[in-house]
Ligand binder design. Structure first.
Ligand code: ADP
Length: 689
């Protein structure tokens, strides 16, 4: 089933597609076809009308000629009849009449013969024209000649000249003639005068020669049979125009027919028609040109639409913001990328004179100046310039703008086209790379410092060992001399020497710790009472506190567990924090300078956890160092733990970064927060043993 329906469906589909195509072609060409048909119809009508007008004109002229010929003939015949009547005015006698008749015949070439007949129509005398050989002999002109009888009967009845119907006279040598008789009753009943007209000569003599020059004039019978004709013979390839008119003569009627010809009915019979035709041809040519032009235009339109679609797709796909402004600074165009960049819709941006909505308020003044300079001055830099735009939400972002003059089809500048690139992402990446660069440099310097520290610790070990041995040597000497037991000055000296030995020993430990720290050697951790840690640093803290007029307050929570730590390093951390706190209070206007050192159980657990995912069950001890100093501003806070960051002219900027490293190595955390009413609290946590 499907095998038969499928081809049928396909055929139907093809037919529909074909129909659709035809309809579109028809819709497109309908007007043109209509116009062409109308113009063609107009052309044909005009040519036809012009031709008809021409024919009518020719016909009218011919009719006029015919009427002229008829009137010529009538008046000629009348004149002839009068001449004949005049010839018998003085009475007729047989002697003189032939002479008179001969004279008349010489004057009237159209007459062939003049006869005088008696009342019974018997010929009394007859004279033939001198211009021809004799046509008639006496035997053919007898009494009972029917044409003469008819004419004379009519003449007698009317009492006036009358004519006979035309008749043919065969005359052997000249080929026969068509003739007509004129009968005139003689006054006093003395018979009749009969004149025989040669019809051909009548036409020649009585019709104006101008009429016979370009056309044929003929006598015809009622049925159209031509009797005689004079004038120009018909030329080949011509069109015949005919006009006929009846000449009513007393006794008979003859038909005069004039045939005129014009050059064949060609397409351009006269100037008017030729003109109309030429104009029509021009019209058709213009029409054809117009159609071709329209086709070209249609093609151009299609190409333009394609180009437009292409351009639109391109504009929509680019991520560069495009914006066009006219010479007054009004925005005339923005692409979707630009709208997205600044967060305003195209409607909000377009036709904005003066301040654009994406100008940051604080920079609007400068932008206005820049715009004014652009409108008056030369082209902007080809490599573009940086600027700042504002999004709809008020946030600012840097952009790179390239501007180019907008030139129209006539080569005149109509405004400016600018492409803007959002630089925020680029700036973020630059910032990131700068920060990592800085970190890299800091680590390099840190490594150098580590090397130096290691070198120093190595170099200092021997002088310290020497100090320690000199001190113990001195003590031994004092003891040996027995001076110590006696008290007094020697006892104090021995005390001082012992302190020297202790501090030298401590310095040696510090150096060893630093050395180990730098070398990242795992230090042995020991359980130390928090109080012991604070006690160890207090003498040194108090030494500096006295110098800076700071009161040191130390407090402990009851029954604190011991902490597991590298004792020397933690002591250094405490010392460092205490020193920073005291330095922060070294302000002339500050009268009450208190540094609070405290050890307590930690409320919050340290951030680092050795136990992985399992909850940290370790207990923590928190040490805090609080001062009432200048506090830490936001900028300083952001870089506080960065190595080499310091605000003090003699600072190294390593203290806090080292402190944090030490605390974090123990699994604890170092943090700080502002303290009321002023100053800062630094806290760090250490795991309890
Ligand atoms: P240094 O002491 O050599 O400057 P630190 O790393 O110890 O280096 O400190 C860095 C900076 O942190 C100091 O220069 C100081 O500005 C600031 N600072 C540290 N502790 C405090 C504090 N308790 N109060 C105010 N500022 C502090």
């Amino acid at each position: 089933m499907s095998s038969t329906t499928l081809p049928a469906a396909r055929t139907l589909r093809h037919a529909f597609a074909w129909l659709r195509f035809l309809r579109s072609v028809w819709q497109r060409w309908f007007l043109w076809v209509l116009l062409a048909v109308l113009v063609l119809a107009l052309l044909v009508t005009v040519v036809w009308l012009a031709g008809r007008h021409e024919v009518e004109q020719v016909q009218t002229a011919l009719d006029r000629d015919t009427a002229d010929a008829v009137s010529d003939l009538r008046s000629g015949l009348q004149r002839n009849a009068q001449s004949l009547r005049a010839s018998q005015a003085g009475g007729l006698d047989r002697e003189h009449w032939p002479v008179e008749a001969a004279a008349l015949l010489r004057e009237h070439r159209e007459w062939l013969r003049l006869e005088w007949r008696d009342a019974a129509l018997r010929p009394l005398a007859a004279v033939d024209t001198p211009y021809r050989r004799r046509v008639f002999d006496e035997s053919t002109r007898s009494v009972d000649q029917p044409d003469v009888t008819l004419a004379c009967a009519a003449a007698r009845k009317l009492g006036a000249p009358a004519y006979s119907p035309s008749h043919y006279v065969p005359s052997v040598p000249s080929g026969g003639l068509e003739v007509m008789e004129l009968c005139l009753p003689v006054d006093g009943g003395a018979g009749y005068l009969v004149a025989t007209y040669s019809l051909r000569d009548t036409l020649i003599e009585l019709v104006a020669p101008t009429l016979t020059r370009g056309q044929e004039v003929a006598f015809t019978e009622a049925d159209g049979t031509r009797l005689v004709a004079v004038g120009a013979a018909r030329r080949m390839g011509t069109r015949v125009f005919t006009s006929q008119q009846l000449i009513d003569l007393s006794g008979t009627t003859v038909m005069l027919r004039v045939d005129g010809w014009r050059a064949a009915p060609d397409l351009f019979p006269n100037l008017l028609t030729a003109l109309v035709t030429a104009i029509s041809i021009a019209l058709v040519s213009v029409l054809v040109l117009l159609a071709r032009d329209t086709r070209r235009r249609l093609r151009a339109e299609r190409d333009l639409a394609d180009a437009l679609a292409f351009r639109k797709a391109m504009e929509d796909s680019v991520i560069t913001g495009l914006r066009a402004r006219d010479l007054q600074g009004r925005i005339t165009y923005v692409n979707p990328a630009f709208c997205e960049m600044v967060g305003f819709s195209a409607e909000e941006l377009l036709n904005h004179a003066g301040e654009a909505p994406y100008w940051p308020t604080e920079l609007a003044h400068e932008y206005r100046r820049r715009q004014a300079a652009r409108l008056t001055g030369g082209p902007p830099p080809r490599e573009g310039f940086e600027s700042v735009f504002m999004r709809k939400d008020g946030s600012r972002f840097p952009v790179l703008i390239f501007e180019a003059p907008l030139i129209n089809a006539h080569g005149a500048q109509t405004g400016w086209m600018s492409a803007s690139i959002d630089l925020s992402e680029q700036r973020r990446i630059e910032e990131l790379s700068r920060a990592s660069q800085e970190r890299l440099q800091a680590s390099a310097r840190l490594a150098t410092v580590g090397e130096m520290a290691s070198l120093l610790s190595h170099e200092l070990t021997q002088p310290l060992a020497a100090i320690a041995s000199y001190a113990s040597g001195s003590l031994n000497l004092l003891h040996g001399a027995g001076q110590v037991q006696q008290g007094g000055e020697y006892g104090e000296v021995a005390m001082a020497v012992r302190r020297i030995a202790e501090q030298a020993d401590r310095a040696g430990q510090v150096i060893r710790s630093v050395h180990d720290f730098v070398r990242r050697r795992d230090r042995t951790r020991e359980a130390v009472a928090p109080q012991a840690l604070l006690d160890a640093v207090l003498p040194l803290v108090r030494l500096q506190a006295r110098k800076l007029a700071v009161r040191v307050e130390v407090s402990f929570e009851e029954r604190l567990p011991r902490v597991l730590c590298d004792r020397t390093l933690v002591e250094q951390v405490l010392l460092n924090l205490a020193r920073n706190g005291m330095q922060a209070m070294d302000l002339p206007e500050l009268s009450d300078r208190v540094l609070r050192l405290r050890a307590s159980r930690a409320r919050a657990v340290g951030e680092a956890s050795d136990a992985g995912d399992k909850p940290d069950t370790r207990r923590w001890i928190e040490f805090s160092v609080a001062d009432f100093g200048c506090g830490i501003s936001e900028e300083v806070a952001a870089r506080l733990f960065t190595p080499f960051f310091t605000t003090r002219p003699d600072g190294m900027g390593l203290g806090l970064s080292l402190c944090r490293t030490v605390v974090e190595q123990h699994g604890g955390a170092l943090m700080f927060e502002p303290q009321a009413p002023r100053g800062t609290i630094f806290r760090f946590t250490l795991p309890a043993a």
